[in-house]
Design a protein around this ligand. Structure first.
Ligand SMILES: [Zn+2]
Length: 402
């Protein structure tokens, strides 16, 4: 099949059209006959994002979300690969439990999904999972949602993950700290001590306090194999804005000063990765009183517009740097590929509408869950087109097949 993709911009300028032939970008420009042509209405073409932190809820929590609908929502948001956190039933802590998840992924996922293996059995923090057995299928381990507070167990896990060439993604939250901010940075400090001892490849999820970033910055400078991610919500929202439980997540929204620290971490390159922590919940769960409602908000569809509107449109971050943090950097860190917009590469690109502002609405969300604090906000930078191989996974109304 020959597809022409025309009328786009590249962030650095250059070609405004390209040809995809049997899923491969064969030339910049168009020539000859085509089976179909997509007019991108001047939108900005960048590679599909690689989200290293998502909760897809299946198997086990289908009443919150399914892999089919979650991945359709990801494709709409411009995410073409995502890592699925292991807080599922069953928890993927051995080959058999992992198979229950990968069967559904094979059947239903519309984008590439990489499961995390659990670091401990059932994510209970008591015994390590079958790290070696899981390593035949994956390289990334996490107990996200929980912190492994047993440091002896965590250290043993680090040695075993290192031995299989894997990476650990840590939800750093120390039990018994004086407040939620200290819980984060004290855990970061303790875990870095073990990283120093074991030499494991280590990644901190969703960091959100200035002290955490200072610790990571020093560790990287020291030469430890450490990275961290920041989320769109910790970059763009603060605790004074909280309305209801659709604004509740863990780590929680912080002070305006911590938001500034999170932005600094991204713009200065201390945080190299942006990840959504996409976490669907049912309407009934989020309708509970605030302190009884579960943690987590949607992230797939609003990652690009939230960050674009707050940081790129205001000149604090270039689109190239945003794209790098959303795609090339996470792909490199977690050892997967991504869509390079280069002749001879497989098509895997998206197109951001960076000219129009519009209000995000609950009706347009493709997932089953609607727990997003961004509903009603006016933003720009929404994705308008997602193409992977020969498949068009998402097309906004203003992108025409001509
Ligand atoms: Zn977490």
């Amino acid at each position: 099949m020959r597809t022409a993709v025309v009328n786009f911009k590249l962030p650095g300028g250059g070609a405004d059209s390209l040809t995809v032939e049997d899923g491969i970008i064969t030339e910049f420009g168009v020539s000859g006959r085509y089976d179909r042509t997509f007019d991108l209405n001047g939108h900005t073409l960048i590679p599909g994002a690689v989200d290293v932190h998502a909760h897809l809820r299946e198997p086990g929590y289908e009443y919150k979300e399914t892999i089919l609908r979650a991945t359709q929502s990801a494709a709409k948001g411009g995410i073409t690969r995502a890592f699925a956190m292991p807080n599922l039933i069953p928890v993927p802590d051995c080959e058999r439990n992992l198979a229950a998840e990968t069967e559904i992924i094979k059947r239903d996922a519309v984008i590439e999904i990489y499961p995390f293996g659990a670091l401990t059995e059932g994510e209970k923090g008591e015994r390590l999972s079958d790290i070696e057995g899981l390593s035949k299928y994956l390289k990334a381990y996490s107990d996200d949602g929980f912190c492994v507070n047993d440091l002896k167990l965590l250290e043993e896990g680090m040695y075993r993950v290192k031995a299989v060439g894997g990476i650990i993604a840590s939800h750093a939250e120390r039990r018994g700290a004086k407040d939620s901010e200290a819980a984060e940075y004290e855990a970061v400090a303790e875990e870095l001590e073990l990283v120093r001892r074991t030499g494991v490849k280590y990644h901190f999820c969703h960091l959100s306090t200035r002290k955490s970033f200072e610790l990571v910055k020093a560790a990287v400078r020291e030469g430890l194999d450490v990275s961290c991610e920041v989320t769109p919500h910790h970059l763009t929202l603060n605790k004074s804005m909280i309305v209801d439980a659709d604004w509740k997540m863990n780590p929680p929204l912080r002070s305006a000063e911590d938001v500034r620290a999170t932005i600094d971490a991204l713009t200065e390159g201390v945080a190299t990765i942006v990840a959504t922590d996409h976490a669907p919940h049912s309407a009934a769960e989020k309708a509970r009183p605030y302190d009884k409602a579960p943690n987590g908000i949607l992230g797939f569809e609003t990652m690009f517009p939230a960050i674009y509107t707050a940081l790129v449109a205001t000149g604090k971050l270039s689109l190239d740097r945003l794209s790098e943090a959303a795609t090339a950097a996470p792909a490199a860190r977690f050892g997967v590929g991504f869509g390079k917009i280069v002749r001879g590469e497989r098509a895997e690109f998206i197109a951001l509408n960076t000219t129009d502002y519009r209000r995000y609405s609950a009706d347009e969300i493709l997932g089953a869950a609607k727990n997003s604090p961004y509903i009603g906000m006016e933003m720009t930078g929404f994705n308008a087109f997602t193409m992977v191989g020969d498949s068009v996974l998402y097309k906004a109304k203003d992108v025409k097949e001509v």
